[in-house]
Write a protein that binds this ligand. Sequence first.
Ligand SMILES: Cc1cc2nc3c(=O)[nH]c(=O)nc-3n(C[C@H](O)[C@H](O)[C@H](O)COP(=O)(O)OP(=O)(O)OC[C@H]3O[C@@H](n4cnc5c(N)ncnc54)[C@H](O)[C@@H]3O)c2cc1C
Length: 496
Amino acid sequence: MGGLSAGNFLAKYNKKVLILEKHSIPGGLVTSFKRKGVQFDLGIESLYELKEGQTIPQFLEFWGTTINAQKNTGDICCFIDGKRYDFRHDRLKEDFIAAFPNNKDDVNLIFDINERMYIEMNSGTGAPKPPYEMNLVELMKFGINNFIKKPTFMKYGMKDASVVLDKLTQNPVLRSAIYSKGIFPMVYMAYAYRFNVIGKDYYPTYGMQAIPDASVQSFTSNGGILKLKTEVMEILIENGRAIGVRTKDGECYYAGNVISNASPHFTYDLLPDSLTTKNKMKQKLEGKEIFPSICALFMSVKNDYNFENISCFSFLSSINYKDNHKNFTPENCPIEMVVYPKKPDDIYKAAVALLPIPYEYHNYWETSVKRERGEAYYKLKDEVTDTVLSRLDSLLGNRFKDSLTLAELSTPITFERYTYSKNGSFMGWSIDAKNYGKFLKQKTDVANLYLCGQWVFPGFGVAGVMASGYYLAKDLLKLDGIDLERDYKNYFMQNN
Ligand SMILES: Cc1cc2nc3c(=O)[nH]c(=O)nc-3n(C[C@H](O)[C@H](O)[C@H](O)COP(=O)(O)OP(=O)(O)OC[C@H]3O[C@@H](n4cnc5c(N)ncnc54)[C@H](O)[C@@H]3O)c2cc1C
């Protein structure tokens, strides 16, 4: 989506843009696929940024396209230490108080902090300037403003969620219920955000694939060209500048600028060894922490299995929020399971269980350093699938396992293989307190070679990577005297 966004902004201004995508469908981590008559998304439940007036529909409208989306009115359900807790999407706080009556004050405090933080997070005006573009005075002003105008955010938002949760309540089950909406080591603002958008976020009527599909439609209408099943194998360099790419089938494409939407790790590998800066660029990535990996278990569930109105289940223990994610195994990891709305053509219901099991698990999932998938890899996948299904079955009951017509696991190795996102990361760099905000710049050390997507400012998430494309296009268009920021603002002032 980062590449499609950059491409769309540039094509709208009559730039000649060619997008090369190695997969047979566009969208990367925002794709959908069909198995035995059921459409699956890769695991995104829904997006607040799809609401009218938010980033995604605004970008699409500016490019000249649109999609249909519906509100996610699903409830949430947590199993903590085997006990079930239900929270309705429109009665969240009341249901939390009912579930934790002895911690009513803690619940009130947590919801109050979350809400104040969310209001502060949304109180900025316009698109933020990338911090690396600010001079010292601007940076100081930015910091002081934050301290004055965003006190709750500054007090809690940038600290690790586990640290904040320990302060907000002594009840480990309540802490875990909050942690259930994330299950990753993240700064607390991610949790505050996720709780605030429950019941307010949207799902594309025809599934997540609608977002890249609409983006391709506007891109091609504006003259852009997309070539699917075309893998870039080499970035061509002349006199230290990027001048084009060579693809797997041997074709060379030449261009004034080359933009990569793959992770910088894979991108820099495509540079020739003769380029003196290559090693230095690769070394700069070495000390940077990558967001923990994920596995996704795609399940199709017979129609008579009753999920009630729940769109998100989680299964965890009351200490998972404190665990080191590097030690997670199929037996002990927390699980988040999304149940998707049925599409008109779906024969069964689609559910996707997300499991934070490390990339390094069992010697890189029995693929060793070369990441070669052989019999041992597939055997391990079967074993992990069985373990996870047994856990789900014993908690959900109602013969859940017998209701499945398909269970297919994708590992971090799968995610990496499909997207060339390092370690299969679905969020780019880590966003715990130590690492949050350390995004790369769009501009690389090689002239005319740029990056977009979740590894560069302003980072992860569908809206985030689309914004990365906006920032890159803004810089490139500026060279032609085009003020994208002004045009974008004017467009919405005139049209609303
Ligand atoms: C389970 C899950 C849950 C998520 N939940 C949320 C959520 O709730 N909210 C949210 O906002 N985001 C969520 N995300 C994250 C979001 O999907 C990603 O941050 C974002 O989509 C990443 O986009 P990208 O453009 O940076 O990279 P990618 O999607 O990785 O795209 C890279 C593209 O480049 C192509 N490519 C790579 N190398 C080459 C090459 N050599 N030649 C040609 N093509 C190449 C790949 O095939 C791919 O299409 C979730 C993701 C997952 C998987």
